[in-house]
Write a new protein. Structure first.
Length: 704
């Protein structure tokens, strides 16, 4: 039996002596090994710190370090006060320990980081230099462009003197002389040239034009140079402008198919006179007119007149225009007015199938981009009028995101008027158009163009609010899509082309001639025929207005806005018309009897404003130019309003208001044809008329 704590030599021969150490001894040995290793590591670290700090430590610290080895300080050791040198050495020893530890290592790392920063800066500088070298190799005029950019920063300032700017412009043009076509396509040089063309003298501008004119077409296709070309058109003299437009001859259709080149053609079209516009436009009609410039020098502007004068083939012209226009709008280049004008002319000669196909292609997002011009709005109205239910729905959905802008556009509002008068899907129209009108109603009725859709619902096709020209556009139609034209399409093919073109144009120019007898209209409305709505919707116009205006809640919102802002609307040149139409109940009394109570509240609001005493700060509602005339019309046309106004505001005060603009309102009570109003006011007003205080306007005799 081996003792419990027997030494290793008492173990059995089979046992290994190294594995029979006591657990307590094992732990002691481990602790000893760990402590010795830790001491060794600490020594290595301290030696490393000494090596790092040794080279740069001051000599005094090295000497103190040597002395500290010879004079070790033991814990609890007492130092005699007599030995002053030893005290100083001990203090220096402590100081040396503090100096040699942390701050030196931090100082070393800081020096390393500064070296790294310097190396990074050097690398960046080298990279910049390499980029400069590459640019100089790739761009032959790189150095010149850098010099021009510095000059441009000086010459484009607004607060610079004219003489100083002209000096910089001359210097820049001298540097570019002979190299202008080469550098005009650069994004830097093109900007410099634009400024130079704008501010240089006539002689300098002529020299620049002389260098650039042979290269006008390539520059018109460049992303940056196109702005220089448009600037040349803007600053050109009459002779220079004529020459620039002539350089586009034979390339109008090709440039219009290019997203950048089309900008130049549109800009030239806007800058040109009537003759020059005609020349640009005729290149889109026929290949002969594109190749031979002399054929375009004629007074005729309409395509039907050109076909008849030159005896061109109507089918050939129509086919050529289809190819040209198709390639343009397939690329989405439909924003330009020259394209809109060409498309209007195309509709006057297109056959039924071609016109229907164009309407299907345009109805949607493309048409929204067209309706901002006069001709574009005409195209939009024709597409609404002759398009089927699917096309109208696509157009309305495409308009949804842009409805706010369309309502504020003078041309776009005519398309909205056409939609309100034609589209039978009143739920969709209410959801997209009426909701937008309700959201900004006060702002809309105070704007000249934006109020048109509201006035169209209140009083359709009124010449006071829509001009005769716009009414003609609203009533226009495409000849080939009218039932009469459709029936006679086969006869037109056998007819001489010039006569056929004249006949089609007459139908487009005079919409009244295209009205059909009832039996022909019934025959044309076949089920599933998209063109059956060519003359308008199938719904009764009064029912459509009732659904859009009253059932949608727009009428109630209108009356509320008129009550809330009566003073502002009456004094507004445009708002007064909306308030008047609301107050009289709309055409055909569409607001009555649904909103009679609210209309009475509106009358009382106006009467309350009229009953207020005069104030020096603001103009009274009875003395304002616009409000006095609107109230006068209401007195003549709306007896219920006249009785409320008399009772609340004018009774017993007529002598006070019998002068100036307010006298027109008082005189309106005398002119009123309503017997109740005459009986109510005669007693007070007749003495004023007899005494000459109140003057009644005499109607001017009309020549028969």
């Amino acid at each position: 039996m081996v003792p419990k704590f027997a030494p290793f030599f008492f173990t059995k021969p089979s046992q290994k002596p190294s594995n029979l150490l006591e657990p307590r001894k094992k732990s002691k040995i481990k602790n000893f090994i760990h402590s010795s290793m830790a001491a060794k590591d600490e020594a290595l670290k301290s030696n490393k710190r000494k090596r790092i700090a040794g080279d740069k430590a001051p000599k005094s610290t090295d000497e103190l370090k040597k002395k500290s080895k010879t004079l070790p300080i033991k814990k609890g050791q007492k130092i005699s006060s007599k030995d002053d040198n030893q005290k100083k050495e001990i203090k220096q020893q402590k100081l040396s320990k503090h100096v040699l530890s942390k701050p030196k290592s931090l100082q070393k790392t800081h020096e390393v980081t500064t070296k790294d920063d310097k190396s990074k800066k050097e690398m960046r500088q080298l990279a910049k230099e390499r980029v400069e070298v590459r640019k100089k190799r790739r761009k032959p005029h790189y150095t010149l462009e850098q010099e021009l950019s510095l000059l441009w920063e000086k010459m484009r300032r607004r607060n610079i003197a004219k003489e100083e700017r002209s000096k910089f412009v001359t210097e820049a043009l001298q540097k570019m002389k002979g190299k202008i076509p080469e550098i005009a396509s650069s994004h830097i040089s093109s900007r410099v040239l634009q400024t130079c063309v704008k501010y240089c003298s006539d002689a300098e501008r002529g020299a620049v034009y002389g260098e650039l004119e042979p290269h006008l077409l390539p520059l018109s296709l460049s992303t940056y140079a196109v702005h220089l070309v448009t600037k040349m058109f803007d600053n050109a003299s009459k002779s220079q402008l004529s020459k620039l437009i002539s350089l586009l001859h034979g390339n109008v259709a090709r440039l219009l198919r290019h997203s950048v080149g089309s900008i130049v053609v549109e800009h030239a079209y806007q800058m040109a006179n009537a003759m020059q516009r005609r020349e640009l436009l005729m290149e889109l009609y026929s290949k002969e007119l594109e190749l031979f410039k002399g054929l375009a020098n004629m007074k005729e502007t309409r395509i039907v007149d050109i076909i008849s004068k030159l005896e061109l083939s109507k089918a050939t012209v129509c086919r050529h225009m289809t190819n040209v226009l198709q390639s343009i709008w397939e690329k989405g280049i439909v924003d330009h007015s020259i394209v809109h004008k060409a498309l209007i002319e195309y509709f006057s000669i297109a056959d039924k199938m071609s016109a229907e196909e164009v309407i299907k292609q345009l109805s949607g997002p493309l048409l929204v981009r067209i309706i901002h011009t006069k001709d574009g709005s005409r195209i939009g109205m024709l597409c609404v009028k002759h398009g089927g239910a699917k096309e109208r729905k696509k157009l309305l959905k495409a308009m949804k995101e842009h409805m706010g802008k369309i309502i504020r556009d003078s041309c776009g509002t005519l398309v909205l008027v056409s939609i309100l008068s034609t589209v039978d899907d009143t739920k969709l129209v209410s959801k997209i158009l009426i909701r937008e009108l309700q959201s900004n109603l006060k702002e809309i009725i105070l704007d000249k163009s934006s109020r048109r859709p509201v006035l169209q619902l209140l009083h359709p096709y009124c010449q006071r609010y829509i001009s005769l020209e716009d009414l003609a556009d609203l009533n226009a139609s495409i000849p080939a899509l009218c039932s009469k034209a459709g029936k006679e399409s086969n006869e037109d093919e056998d007819m001489p082309l010039a006569k056929s073109a004249d006949k089609d144009f007459e139908e487009l120019a005079d919409p009244e001639d295209t009205e059909l007898p009832p039996w022909e209209a019934e025959e044309s409305t076949e089920p599933g025929d998209d063109t059956s709505l060519a003359e308008g919707g199938k719904k009764d116009p009064l029912v459509r207005r009732q659904e859009l205006l009253v059932k949608s809640g727009l009428a109630e919102s209108l009356v509320d806005v008129c009550i809330e802002s009566a003073d502002k609307l009456l004094k507004s040149n445009f708002g007064k018309d909306v308030l008047y139409e609301v107050a009289v109940g709309g055409a055909d009394g569409i607001l009555r009897p649904t909103l009679d109570d609210k209309l009475t509240s509106l009358y009382e609001k106006i009467a309350d404003l009229a009953s207020e005493p005069k104030a020096d700060e603001s103009e009274h509602i009875l003395e304002n130019f616009h409000s006095s005339r609107t109230i006068r019309k209401l007195v003549l046309d709306c007896p219920s309003f006249a009785s409320i106004l008399w009772t609340k505001a004018l009774q017993g005060k007529c002598k006070t208001w019998a002068h100036g603009h307010s006298s027109k309102i008082v005189a309106a009570f005398v002119e009123s044809t309503d017997s109740n109003i005459q009986d109510l006011t005669k007693k007070e007003l007749q003495p004023l008329v007899d005494d000459g205080v109140l003057k009644i306007p005499v109607a001017k005799p009309t020549d028969k």
